[in-house]
Design a protein around this ligand. Structure first.
Ligand code: ATP
Length: 431
């Protein structure tokens, strides 16, 4: 089993910030604690992760998964019915000497426990108001999960898509939690992106589908380049289970500080649909044409974090190696996931070489994410491309003008190979 690697944390954060994956939010004003902006490479990486998430669930011929994109601000009735207004809270304690607030189960070791207040419940939802007049009826909340937006659209999707169970509804989007103890870079932030599926099935099939989703989601994390040795499953014990769940299994990742949640897969039973049916008075049942019976479907929920997956991927792919007495830093992203897949590096800024480089970009950019990089020496450019995890670089030199060939350098092996420009599409499509 792998061991946590604390040093990795600072290294990953440093490269991620220096190379344009993630920036501190409001940095010109000194930053806002635990708020981050995603830079150009971070956005590309995030888009690729979400693309592969959609692709994976869309690829299944056995079941239909319908996408939705629901509002961040919903009626407050939604959060009343779901239990979030009453119960979405963490016990928190205040450190009397400094006024710092901590989640009761996350107080740093170096703090004297006698200096802490008794735990109090603290609701994690961000409250705001809509409309020109502020009163109790104008209070709304930023959603703390995408799940409820899916449940309140169950009937809409059922009707408009003529869905038959088992089927799922999926949503990727921002969620907000006023976390008492955010931290560890983008692992836990107050604003983050979730990737959630609510999967509706018959109660008698709940175990089959639960196991199906655990397996499928584990395979997906491996498929985007997270090694098996950094993944494990952990089932919640009875006293840890949320009140609405009969079973929950977390997919955990080995973060630089130890194992922690990457995704939770829960059997939520009929809790959500029944709660919304009761509170709204609207029928949330499913008519089963096989038995001619109305049922409330059971829900299996795979709930993952997009931004947390991005962090896990950065940690998984970071690597260093000694080359000619210097340390080479790289992200070993899979070809499909890498923000930039092919760097095109003309050896000089001379017009002829730029023209050949532009032609190569034109040939490749329809199918691949490419970038022409002309700044600095070729050695520094290789270094940068390694650091941003570009799997292949194409170098255009003066010989290219005569032999119509270029040099391809592999990030991982650092081997170089001369190849005809016309053979480039074939080279990359064979990968
Ligand atoms: P944790 O125990 O880490 O607080 P959770 O069990 O409250 O997480 P869920 O409500 O199950 O999390 O949310 C599903 C997923 O959303 C998590 O597995 C995680 O990937 C992501 N997530 C939850 N809270 C945050 C956060 N504050 N920052 C980043 N990602 C988050």
């Amino acid at each position: 089993m792998e061991e946590p690697n604390r040093e990795l944390f600072e290294k990953v954060v440093k490269v991620a910030q220096a190379r344009g994956f993630v920036f501190n939010a409001s940095s010109i004003y000194g930053g806002l604690r635990s708020s981050y902006d995603y830079g150009p490479l971070g956005v590309l990486l995030k888009n690729n992760i979400s693309k592969y998430w959609w692709k994976d669930i869309d690829n299944d011929s056995e079941i239909a998964i319908f996408p939705v994109d629901t509002a961040i601000i919903q009626s407050s009735e939604v959060w009343k019915a779901s239990g979030h207004i009453a119960e979405f809270s963490d016990p928190m304690v205040d450190h009397k000497p400094t006024g710092e607030r901590y989640r009761a189960d996350q107080v740093p070791d170096d703090i004297n426990k006698e200096d802490l207040t008794e735990p109090r419940q603290f609701n994690l939802m961000f409250e705001t108001s809509i409309g020109p007049v502020q009163n109790e009826n104008s209070t709304v909340y930023l959603r703390p999960e995408t799940a409820q937006g899916i449940f309140v659209n169950f009937e809409n999707v059922l009707r408009t898509m003529r869905a038959k169970i088992p089927f799922g509804i999926a949503n990727i989007g921002k969620s907000f939690r006023n976390e008492i103890t955010p931290g560890q870079f983008i692992f836990r932030t107050r604003e983050f992106e979730q990737m959630e599926i609510e999967f509706f099935c018959k109660e008698e099939d709940e175990n089959k589908w639960f196991d199906y989703w655990v397996k499928k989601r584990m395979e997906w994390y491996r498929s985007i380049g997270i090694p098996d040795t950094s993944l494990r499953l952990r089932e919640h014990s009875d006293n840890e289970l949320a009140h609405y769940a009969s079973k929950t299994v977390d997919i955990e990742f080995l973060y630089p500080w130890g194992w922690g949640e990457l995704e939770g897969i829960a059997n939520r039973g009929t809790f959500d649909l029944s709660s919304h049916e009761k509170a709204s008075g609207k029928d949330m049942s499913y008519f089963d044409p096989e038995t001619n019976e109305k049922i409330t479907p059971t829900v299996i929920e795979p709930a993952g974090g997009l931004t947390r997956t991005l962090f896990a991927l950065l940690c998984s792919c970071y690597d260093e190696e000694e080359v000619n007495d210097t340390t080479r830093t790289l992200f070993r992203f899979d070809f499909n996931i890498a923000p930039i897949q092919i760097g095109i590096l003309p050896l000089s800024k001379k017009d002829e070489l730029i023209e050949v480089s532009n032609n190569i970009k034109n040939i490749l950019q329809e199918n691949y994410r490419t970038e022409i990089d002309v700044t600095q020496s070729i050695g520094k450019r290789y270094r940068r491309q390694d650091e941003i995890g570009t799997p292949y670089c194409i170098t255009v030199d003066f010989d290219s003008l005569d032999d119509n060939s270029v040099t391809i350098r592999s990030r991982d092996s650092m081997e170089q190979e001369r190849i005809l420009i016309t053979a480039l599409p074939g080279f990359f499509s064979d990968l």
